[in-house]
Structure formats: C-alpha cells, structure tokens
Design a protein around this ligand. Sequence first.
Ligand code: ZN
Length: 234
Amino acid sequence: MHHYASASATTPRFCPTLAFWPAEPGSAPRRFDPQTSTYAALPDEFVIRELLAAPDLDTFQRDHGHLWQDGPELRFRHMRASARYWVAAALGEEDAALDAGVPEGWERASSLRSAAAHMRDTVNRELEAFSLRLVEVSSDGASEPALSVDVLQVAALQLAQLTADGLQARRCTNEPCGRAFVRQRSTRRKTTNSGEYAGTAHAAGVRYCSAECGKAQQARERRRRQRAEKGTRA
Ligand SMILES: [Zn+2]
C-alpha cells in the first residue's frame, strides 16, 4: 500500500493526508487504552492466555486496558466463552467444548456446531472494528487512528487467526500450570508502566507453555530423582 502514502507529496498542504487503515488486512493493530492514552501490541496467544487467566472484568481492564466499546461486560463474557471453546476444541476435549461454548450462566450448547457458531458470531462482531477505512495520517507519519480498537477487538483478531491456522493446541506439562498453548513463549512478563508488553518472541515449544515452566518442571523432576536416590541408599 506504499503508493497510497506517496500520494501525499502531491496533496495540497492545507488538506489532511488520508491513508488506508488497517494498512495491510490481517496485520494486528495495537490496542488503544484511552484511560492511559497508550498503545500496546498484544503478546502472542493473549486471547487464550491473559484473557482466560483474568479473574474478572475489572482486573482484566486494570491489567490490559479499558474496554471502551459498548457493552464491555457482555463482550468480555462472550469472548471468554469463545476462547474457552477454541481451547477445548483444539485440545480435542469434546465435552469441555460443549460446556465452554456459551457464557457462564447460559444453557449448555446443544451441539458443537452451535458452540462453533457462537464463537464465529462473537469474533465477527469484534472484527467489525477492523473494517478497511480511510484515516488521517498524523504529522509524524503515523496512520494509526487515535481511537481505533480496544484490547478485546485485537484479542478477537488473534482468535480468528488461531482458528484459521487450524485446531492445534497442547497442555503445558509443568504440573501446576496445565495451561493450553500453541507455541511456547520465551519470556512471560507483565506489562510495563507505559502499557507496552515485554518481548514475547517464541520458539517451537513442545511440552511447556513458557521457558519458566520448563525450568520449574525440570527442577521438580531433579528433586524427585534426588529424593528417590536418597531413598534407595537409606
Ligand atoms: Zn506452563
């Protein structure tokens, strides 16, 4: 889309420069938090990790940004049900997928088809935020609109991408963790004060959701071996 930006050279100075947004369909824009006026890219798999780990909406908003689109409580519940459904389906847990497919307090999904339809409709509602449009380009050349998308909408985009990649997830084999994941995170730190997330580069993880979980489980198994050796000597 570069040739669109270069059109600004011929645009009269008194006209604001306009550009396509999102610049590339499928790219993940950063979420905007109007309370702190900060942008942040979400770490990979945020939608099946942080979103599901949050105990409630207030904690979630405090840690990850304000949900400023209409109906945050309902949106939060529907997106969590959708993420839980995806995780259960990706782990091959049919019964859990039926239970997870609708928000808490709702009647259990009657079929996996209807649970999948709930996820599809929920994600599609959130994805409306990413409709292709013209936005003003600021003086520093940034074309990210100030009020573009909130954290749940970016999470929905992640879920859409996970779904498009196919149903593949596994559980972390660090015993106290057991979290579902697709790829290992090499670092897992909280957001910094500026609202930016710490680096979340990942390697192809086989057994653990994070490097920290791998270290913890290896230490546990080492202690067990040491105890067993002591036991045989005694
Ligand atoms: Zn883990």
